[in-house]
Design a protein around this ligand. Structure first.
Ligand SMILES: Nc1ncnc2c1ncn2[C@@H]1O[C@H](COP(=O)(O)OP(=O)(O)O)[C@@H](O)[C@H]1O
Ligand SMILES: [Mg+2]
Length: 354
């Protein structure tokens, strides 16, 4: 998959941007606060229509835009066909009455906080909820925590928990198995990737730590029953604290490099390497699941890496179909890699090819 064209209108600090891309390595150089991260944020939004930074879509609309409407229009090449994506985001709080933007959005219900429209090949779509299942569990966890608090205040009978516990154990078991499967398949890639970027010095293992006890040999029925029993054991404590203590929302991952926990003992460069190996591992995993090579976005990841890790990483990413990389400078990068790349400069919300 590759992004062949991107145009932005009033997206963060971009007034207007038109970029023609395609397969290959794209380097975006610029000083701090020029729009590098904003540019990658726009590309990432094409995957989910949600920002990974903004707490509300409104933040994305350029402050200086008179009409307070953002447009992201893109053409993506997938399996030899072109997909056109258009995302329009509207900030209703700053709208002049009767403006053309307001008229365009007047059919969106006033309580719809998203204020966003998505079209794929010209056809209106709903933002596909990629983490649907997790959202459902979160809902149960929230309901359960609210119930725990009411039980604590003696406003509800503890037996009311049984019904929610039944739903939670079923979904949690499913998610736990799915997560374990994903971590297993990530582990098939990350060890090699960590070794590549670190020049053979480091080995990485990711360990999945569910919030409740599971023996690896248990099947889903045994897991479900044991989880239910653990929830019952924890019930008094949960009621006392008024929070849900055991469940997928409390699961954890550990990253071990040569057996050492990176969260506690990793150097910045090692932690960065772990993050990169995990990201590249995730792309490899997605490629096997979807049969499609995702676009690789690397935002400012080089500053903490030494020269040899930079070089190993670049050689590795060159194998991807399309890679977009930002940095404040590319001065200490191998010449022959720079020669293969399309280079751009980002300054004050403008992108100029070098
Ligand atoms: N909605 C917005 N309208 C206008 N400017 C914005 C908006 N949101 C963020 N900015 C500005 O964009 C600038 C560039 O941000 P960023 O892309 O993170 O910089 P960098 O090049 O360092 O990655 C910041 O100075 C920020 O204040
Ligand atoms: Mg940045």
């Amino acid at each position: 998959m590759n992004l062949s064209h991107l145009s932005l209108k009033d997206f963060r600090n971009f007034d207007q941007l038109d970029l023609t891309l395609g397969p290959g390595l794209f380097l975006f150089q610029g000083e701090n606060a020029q729009g590098k991260t904003n540019l990658l944020e726009a590309v990432a939004m094409l995957a989910t229509s949600n920002s990974f930074h903004a707490s509300s879509d409104r933040e994305i609309v350029n402050w200086h835009a008179s009409e307070r409407v953002t447009r992201i229009v893109a053409a993506v090449q997938r399996h030899n066909e072109e997909v056109n994506i258009e995302i329009v985001i509207f900030d209703p709080t700053q709208q002049e009455k009767g403006s053309s933007a307001e008229r365009e959005f007047q059919f969106i219900p006033p309580n719809d906080r998203q204020r966003k429209r998505l079209k794929i090949n010209g056809v209106p779509k709903r933002a596909i909820d990629l983490i649907g299942q997790v959202t459902v569990v979160r809902k149960i966890v929230a309901q359960r925590s609210a119930l725990l608090k009411r039980i604590r205040e003696n406003q509800e009978d503890p037996r009311m928990l049984d019904f929610l516990d039944e739903k939670l154990t079923e979904l949690a078991t499913m998610i736990t198995f799915e997560r374990r499967r994903m971590v297993d398949s990530l582990n098939q890639h990350v060890d090699e990737l960590q070794a590549i970027i670190s020049g053979g010095r480091e080995h990485l293992t990711i360990i999945y730590r569910p919030s409740f006890l599971i023996e690896p040999a248990w099947d889903s029925m045994e897991t479900l029953q044991n989880y239910r029993a653990q929830l019952l054991d924890a019930r008094r404590k949960e009621i006392r604290q008024g929070v849900c203590l055991l469940g997928p929302h409390r699961d954890d991952l550990e990253f071990l490099v040569n057996g050492v926990n990176m969260l506690t003992y990793g150097s910045r460069g090692q932690q960065r390497t772990v993050a990169l190996a995990s990201k590249l591992g995730e792309l490899a995993f997605m490629r096997t699941v979807t049969g499609e090579e995702p676009i690789l976005l690397l935002d400012d990841v080089f500053s903490e890496l030494d020269f040899s890790r930079r070089e190993y990483l670049l050689r590795q990413v060159l194998r991807h179909e399309q890679v977009l990389i930002t940095a404040t400078d590319f001065a200490r990068f191998p010449e022959e890699i720079l020669a293969k790349a399309h280079q751009y400069r980002v300054a004050s919300g403008e992108v100029i090819q070098c």
